[in-house]
Ligand binder design. Structure first.
Ligand code: HEM
Length: 417
């Protein structure tokens, strides 16, 4: 084994390629947009030698890659590449690999097809009234308190309740998830450390045990809900037990983690842009465009990864088979070639099509649902708490993640009526 001396350690550090940016840097996580502008000015497609991935920084290149079937998923290879061989035995990675999110056709279409109808525009529109009632009930409890942590007490609870409702999680169990967190660090390109990995495995094991138990209950006592429907598909041979668990878990996690951040990041942006807040208060018909603009301005998902399935020429560059591209949708959404004055929050934008929900075959299944949740959440807060003050709007604390971008806490107060 090589002796470690000051000289050869320094030599190794000097030879290590410099990263184009550091996805773990708290300043980057707090405000990634100056870094994105710098990278995009260099090129719409950049090789990051330290991360061992390409970075797609422009709207057009991100959009093209997301829709190009020469790019797809090689989840196992990707995980073994950033960690080591044998990592797929870890519960967290084993189950994540079986979600539709990480699958390729034809498995992807089979898994997605089982739940598409439940998330169709027609079905979701019917849920608006239920969501409005949930927002109203939640605010009835919160308004007299005069203070809340927006993230814990409102932005988390609302989407957890909505997705649990859709899945068929009993109301008394839903409360168990009001305090639950999801390990979204496992989506980042920088590997988790031992304790983060332990936490991710524990989360899958704990939530997996809950859902497995619920599947048994629904086998015995079927209900008119999504879990019963999926359990029956499984029992008919259409889904393995692990696929059932992985995809129900995906719906649960994707159904609340991101919507929570739409509400949290959105309220923060509104309070930092009082002109747009006043505009919305004066003209509530702007709510749908405001939600789209808030999704563009500070996207809850900052990048989605793809692997080249063959050597591919794109934007004048060859991406070799097996190489990974991070499509920086957060950067695409601030691309000046696509959005005039991209760093301005402007609810009057026309033809506003951010890439926050991705694109191609994995386009977000919950896009319509989340838009309705966001609209009802903002209408509820603006109308019931018009004088709400945010305490830490200057220096809020962010979750230390890159892919999923959201706040840890956001304290607010108001004068109780
Ligand atoms: C602000 C809220 C949300 C954002 C920003 C968001 C964003 C995204 C993005 C970017 C993808 C594509 C990932 C990729 O291509 O690698 C995705 C996929 C997905 N989303 Fe969402 N999402 C949100 C809310 C929801 C909700 C409420 C649900 C409801 C269950 C949901 C369920 C899913 C599912 C199941 C997929 C995987 C689809 C597939 O692989 O075919 N999402 N989401």
């Amino acid at each position: 084994m090589e002796d470690l001396t000051i000289d050869n350690v320094a030599d190794k550090v000097a030879k290590r390629p410099l990263p184009l940016f550091n996805p773990r840097d708290p300043d980057f996580i707090r405000d990634p947009y100056p870094t994105y502008h710098r990278l995009r000015r260099q090129s719409p497609l950049l090789w990051d030698p330290a991360g061992n991935y390409w970075l797609a920084t422009s709207y057009d290149v991100c959009s093209e890659i997301l829709r190009d079937r020469r790019f797809g998923r090689r989840y196992e290879a990707h995980i073994e590449n950033i960690y080591r061989r044998g990592m797929m035995d870890q519960t967290a990675f084993r189950l994540m690999a079986m979600t539709m999110l990480m699958q390729e056709p034809p498995n992807h279409a089979r898994l997605r097809g089982l739940v598409t109808e439940a998330f169709s525009a027609r079905r979701v529109v019917l849920m608006r009234q239920r969501i409005r009632t949930l927002v109203g009930d939640l605010l009835d409890q919160l308004v007299p308190r005069g203070t809340m942590d927006v993230i814990r007490d409102f932005a988390h609870v609302l989407p957890v309740t909505v997705i649990c409702d859709m899945l068929g999680v009993p109301a008394e169990d839903t409360r168990l998830f009001h305090e639950t967190t999801i390990s979204t660090r496992m989506l980042d390109p920088v590997p988790m450390n031992e304790s983060e990995l332990r936490e991710a495995n524990a989360m899958f094991e704990e939530q997996g045990a809950y859902f497995t138990n619920l599947f048994e209950r629904r086998r015995r006592d079927p209900e008119d809900d999504l879990i019963t429907a999926l359990v029956q598909v499984g029992d008919g041979g259409g889904l393995t037990d692990d696929e059932l668990l992985a995809n129900v878990w995906l719906l649960f996690a994707a159904g609340h983690e991101t919507t929570r951040n739409l509400i949290g990041n959105g309220l923060l942006a509104l309070h930092r842009n009082p002109g747009q807040l006043a505009r919305l208060q004066l003209d509530p018909s702007l709510i749908p465009s405001a939600v789209t603009e808030l999704l563009r301005y500070d996207s809850p998902v900052q990048f989605v990864g793809r692997t080249a399935l063959e050597d591919t020429d794109i934007a004048g560059t060859t991406i070799a088979e097996g190489q990974v591209v991070l499509c920086l949708v957060g950067a695409a959404n601030r691309d000046p070639a696509k959005f005039g004055e991209p760093d301005l929050l402007d609810f009057g934008r026309s033809n506003n099509r951010p890439l926050s929900f991705g694109g191609g075959i994995h386009f977000c299944l919950g896009a319509q649902l989340t838009q309705i949740e966001g609209q009802e959440a903002f209408v509820g807060i603006l109308s019931r708490l018009p004088g709400m003050r945010l305490h830490d709007a200057d220096e809020p604390s962010w979750q230390p993640n890159f892919a999923i971008h959201g706040l840890k806490t956001l304290m607010a107060s108001w004068d109780p009526a």
